[in-house]
Design a protein around this ligand. Structure first.
Ligand code: GLY
Length: 340
């Protein structure tokens, strides 16, 4: 199976990527470990049963789908399941699902008995290319996203691109938005591949994106510098996401990241990203109030007058960090989306 290794000293781990890899899932964890599978209602039952039939001793924790489940209450329910079922230090937690499951299950694994083994089996494109590696685990709390969490690296990650065949089209597009983000800021050749190939091979795209992410995480595990570049499009994107959540047509995270990238790019880059957003059925414009967007961005960053580090892409395949205040950010957004 193609393997990438994330080299983090004693916290190093392998990412296994192969079509049909779910059939070999049990190879990633120790067969004597008791396994808690954490999954949600959006994951087709057949994926869970494909894996559980390979495991002797397991418990399933299943929740509903959606970001609202990334909360303290669900986290406590998982801990309770671990206690009631006598999980101990040699056992493990496995997330099977998208980024919400990975963050939630990973945080439970990070804190139960001061940390037990955690494996991630991401089933959305977005989590396969981004959130399943790098060790960010968290729950939302007091209205703040990811405010309680830990950096806790998985013991292994298993990626089966075949599961994407059942992924909702809009979710697939959102994953592509994160792929475009990584290629635009780090990898000109891969960006050009997306531009030039009608139907690029998805396994190849995932591997290319993961190589970028792996490299970034190895250099800056705890996001003290370089890892911030993975937030290209996220400052304006989070603002748009929060505003749209209050409307009848909430946008998904990846859709907002796409719009956020347009706000923080040169004209040339903006036009090229726009073409790819169209290619992958992602929105290229959004109408909202400039003052509402400004107040959300300043609240998010806990800074009204202070400057915020944002990632700006002037040339495909590179990025720069700019220190901007909220007015400057809004001015750039006005050049890209429909602010009124
Ligand atoms: N998703 C961005 C990161 O893992 O840093």
């Amino acid at each position: 199976m193609p393997i990438l290794t994330v080299e983090l000293g004693k916290n190093s781990y392998d990412i296994l990527i192969e079509k049909g890899a779910l059939k070999k899932a049990a190879e990633i964890f120790d067969p004597d470990q008791k396994v808690l599978f954490v999954t949600d209602s959006g994951v087709p039952e057949k994926y869970l049963s494909e894996i559980t039939k390979q495991v002797k001793n397991y418990v399933v924790f299943k929740t509903e789908q959606g970001e609202q489940n990334k909360c303290i209450e669900k986290y406590c329910e998982i801990l309770e399941t671990l206690v009631v079922n006598n999980f101990d230090r040699k056992d493990c937690v496995v997330a099977l699902g998208g980024g919400v499951m990975g963050d939630l299950a990973g945080f439970a694994a990070a804190t139960y008995m001061r940390g037990i083994d955690f494996y991630n089996i991401p089933t959305t494109l977005l989590s396969q290319v981004d959130s399943s590696i790098g060790g960010k685990t968290a729950v939302d709390f007091c209205g703040c996203k990811n405010i309680v969490g830990a950096f806790y690296q998985p013991k292994g990650v298993l990626i089966d691109p075949e599961v994407l065949s059942t992924l909702d089209k809009r979710q697939f597009s959102c994953g592509m938005a994160e792929v475009i983000k990584m290629f635009a800021s780090f990898d000109k050749k891969s960006f050009e591949l997306l531009e030039n190939e009608e139907n690029p091979d998805i396994t190849d795209i995932i591997v290319r994106a993961l190589k970028i992410k792996k490299d970034v995480v190895e250099k800056d595990e705890k996001e003290k510098g370089l890892r911030m570049a993975l937030n290209f499009g996220h400052t304006a994107g989070h603002g748009i996401e929060s505003l749209s959540a209050k409307t009848d047509f909430p946008l998904f995270h990846g859709e907002c990241v796409g719009l956020g990238m347009l706000c923080m790019s040169s004209e040339e880059v903006k036009n090229r990203i726009k073409k790819l957003l169209i290619k992958y059925s992602l929105p290229i414009d959004y109408k909202c109030s400039a003052s509402d967007l400004k107040s959300i961005i300043s609240h998010d960053k806990k800074s009204s007058g202070e400057s915020i580090n944002i990632i700006y892409v002037d040339k495909i395949g590179s990025f720069e960090v700019k220190k901007l205040n909220c007015d400057e950010i809004i001015k750039m957004c006005k050049g890209a989306i429909d602010l009124i």
